[in-house]
Design a protein around this ligand. Structure first.
Ligand SMILES: *Cc1c(COP(=O)(O)O)cnc(C)c1O
Length: 368
């Protein structure tokens, strides 16, 4: 058997007629950039999240920069981000001239640890970015308290967490502005690059929209230099089709995670690896186990057709890109440990029972 980490072809097969029609509609109207299809998706996505404003942009990295632009980030301002995330969270800060300040993660939730955030706040701190890593919600209530106590803004990088919840409320609604990526492999994925920002702050929303469209509202009369980061009409139309399925897909991911959890419980109890925390709002963008000697298991799985992978092999402060910040090994022990020990098993809504069993069999065979 050959089981990829994610199978976008299998998903397309389940929605082919609607997707093909949506693409044909966009082409018939030649509504290629922004336009009615992107606007319709903005309205639907804002409603889905219970937010007043949604701004569709070109990708999830720009969405983070756009959100911070809307919240008035200025060059030299410090922004606290988790030491374990995809590099985009950091890049978005640097793009605006902001200064990255890392905080370590909580080893159980694997998300930014509010206690660590408090330790690195300085008079220059302007905001905090929480990342719902792997689809597991960050501790937004605790972060909100810290942000309010220090007059900071709070952004959620929700690129991996479409439909994830905290006490039944969807992530993306716990911050001053929340950002999403619709990179094809994300839980809600376009057929190319796309992203969005949501907020309830109409002034911030206007700045965000302008920043993503050359600093303008009308055709000319640019009020400032922004950038070009607009959603394609094709992506908007495709995302409108897929948004209708996102809750169903979320449940399918959670069901698969339950099966993995049950079938791998014995090995986890025997100390072979750690399973991800069983959080009720987790949407399992990735199903990540942790173990010391992961390379041998990864090799065994790959040799047997299981598309396991590593997200991500380095904590951000250990990357060459962030050498200039001068951190030493051991500065972010939990982020570094997760980076050294994480291994992602295939998870996507179309994974069949037979495929799940095959992945489990291969993990069990390795430990025999
Ligand atoms: C994917 C991702 C991004 C960036 O999204 P793009 O659409 O690829 O630019 C940002 N943050 C996190 C946590 C991500 O997983």
């Amino acid at each position: 058997m050959n089981i990829p980490l994610v199978d976008l072809k299998a998903q397309y097969q389940t929605i082919k007629p609607e997707i093909d029609q949506a693409i044909a509609d966009v082409i018939a109207k030649t509504a290629f950039i922004s336009g009615p299809f992107a606007k319709k998706f903005e309205e639907e996505f804002a409603a889905y999240l219970g937010r007043k404003c949604c701004i569709a942009v070109g990708n999830g990295t720009d969405a983070i920069s756009a959100a911070m632009y809307g919240l008035d980030l200025k060059p030299g301002d410090e922004v606290i981000i988790p030491a374990k995330t995809f590099i985009a969270t950091g890049e978005a800060v640097s793009l605006l001239g902001g200064r990255i300040v890392f905080a370590d993660i909580d080893p159980v939730s694997r998300n930014i640890d509010p206690a660590e955030v408090e330790k690195v706040i300085t008079p220059k701190t302007k905001g905090i970015i929480a990342v719902h890593l792997y689809g597991r919600p960050a501790d937004m209530p605790a972060l909100r308290k810290i942000a309010d106590a220090h007059g900071l803004w709070l952004v959620e990088d929700s690129a991996q967490a479409h439909g994830a919840t905290i006490d039944g409320k969807t992530v993306g609604a716990f911050s001053d502005a929340a950002t999403f990526s619709f990179y094809p492999g994300k839980n809600l994925g376009a057929y190319g690059d796309a992203g969005a920002v949501v907020t309830d702050d109409a002034d911030a929303a206007e700045k965000i929209r302008m920043w993503a469209n050359h600093g303008r509202l009308a055709k000319y009369g640019h009020l400032f230099e922004g950038t070009n980061s607009r959603m394609d009409g094709l992506q908007g139309a495709i995302l409108s089709v897929k948004l209708k399925k996102v809750d169903e897909w979320r449940q399918a991911r959670r069901d698969i995670a339950d099966v993995y959890r049950a079938k791998l419980a014995d090995l986890a109890e025997a100390g072979k690896f750690t399973l991800p925390e069983d959080h009720p709002g987790h949407v399992y963008h990735l199903f990540v186990i942790e173990l010391d000697d992961r390379e041998a298991l990864l090799k065994h799985l790959k040799e047997n057709g299981v598309g396991a992978s590593i997200h991500y092999p380095d904590a951000l402060p250990r990357l060459k890109a962030y050498e200039y910040l001068g951190h030493k090994p051991g500065d972010f022990p939990y982020a570094e440990a997760l980076a050294a020990r994480c291994l992602s098993l295939p998870i996507y809504p179309e994974l069949t029972g037979e495929q799940i069993d095959y992945v489990v069999d291969q993990v069990q065979a390795y430990f025999k």
